[in-house]
Design a protein around this ligand. Structure first.
Ligand code: CP
Length: 307
């Protein structure tokens, strides 16, 4: 039963519960007009303490396409946060006006803390360099549609694996499916955090390797998940400049990739996928963007118990 629950971490829901959300999302994709009144009378609050294009607008359009309404802020300086209001008071207030909240915050753990004060379901829309569970719903739905399964796959995760919260959430979620092999492609300084290795990969005996060169492994991948170097999480600009173009996927590199490779990216992209790749049939990242809205429609409906 998903009604009334918070979503803070990708593992808050079982694989079976995720399947429920994906099945509903696929129904919505087939017949979106059937769901145009599902959330009539309901209001989503979007509290974004950090910039966003896809997550905020896909949540908002998801609610509007379900017949609901949206309030919120995209810039905390336009709210009473600027006057010093604390997070619990903001959440109690917004929870008094709305039926469900999506919240992004630069501090790791802020959505979990906020959920303790929320009278309505609260969804983590990204917390610092920690987790981004609704991007993971998007990624898993895209993989399911592209490959027809979320098992028996070799997935390469490439770029900033240290600060990239979408990667942390995706590893947590995919490690629950059968026979997944991770190839972790990053510069030494941007390797996956130790807690993901010890608490997820090692604990569950998941097959993974760490490499530095994409060219050495691209031919073995079923999925290539590119990520940008997260400028906003660096303390030192010189380090960012040195590392930012570590990987640039282009047509030349794709020559040795499988014909049915699926290329994903949570976006925004900076330089890490050349625009010449966009027309390659293996590029799924703009389809992935659209699936993000549909899966958030399914999530909102399930958490409100209106599906
Ligand atoms: N993928 C993602 O979280 O994009 P935004 O930062 O634009 O929301």
């Amino acid at each position: 039963m998903l009604k009334g629950r918070h979503l803070i971490d990708p593992q808050d829901f079982t694989v079976e519960e995720l399947d429920e959300i994906f099945s509903l999302a696929e129904e919505i994709i087939k017949n979106p007009e059937d769901f145009a009144h599902t959330c009539e009378g309901k209001i989503l609050g979007t509290l974004f303490y950090e910039p966003s294009t896809r997550t905020r607008l896909s949540f908002e359009t998801a609610m509007l396409r379900l017949g609901g309404k949206v309030v919120g802020f995209s810039e905390p300086s336009s709210s009473s946060v600027a006057k010093g209001e604390n997070l619990p008071d903001t959440i109690r207030t917004v929870g008094s006006y709305t039926d469900i909240i999506a919240m992004r915050h630069p501090k790791e753990g802020a959505p979990k803390y906020a959920s303790q004060f929320s009278p309505v379901p609260l969804i983590n829309a990204g917390d610092g360099g920690h987790q981004h569970p609704t991007q993971t719903l998007t990624d898993l739905l895209t993989i399911k549609i592209a490959k027809g399964k979320i098992s028996n796959l070799t997935i390469g995760l490439c770029g900033d694996l240290k600060f990239g919260r979408t990667v942390h959430s995706l590893i947590k979620a995919m490690s629950r499916y059968e026979n997944i092999k991770f190839i972790l492609i990053s510069p030494n300084e941007l390797q996956i955090p130790k807690y993901i290795k010890t608490e997820v990969l090692d604990r569950k005996l998941i097959n993974y390797i760490e490499v530095e060169r994409l060219e050495d492994v691209i031919d073995s991948l079923d999925i290539l998940y590119m990520t940008r170097v997260q400028k906003e999480r660096f303390f030192n600009e010189a380090d960012y400049i040195r590392l930012k173009d570590s990987y640039i996927l282009d047509r030349e590199k794709l020559k040795s990739a499988k014909k049915d490779l699926t290329i994903l990216h949570p976006l925004p992209r900076v330089n890490e996928i050349s625009m010449e790749v966009d027309s390659d049939p293996r590029a799924w990242y703009f389809k992935q963007v659209k699936f993000g809205m549909f899966v958030r429609m399914a999530l909102i409906a399930k958490l409100l118990g209106v599906s």
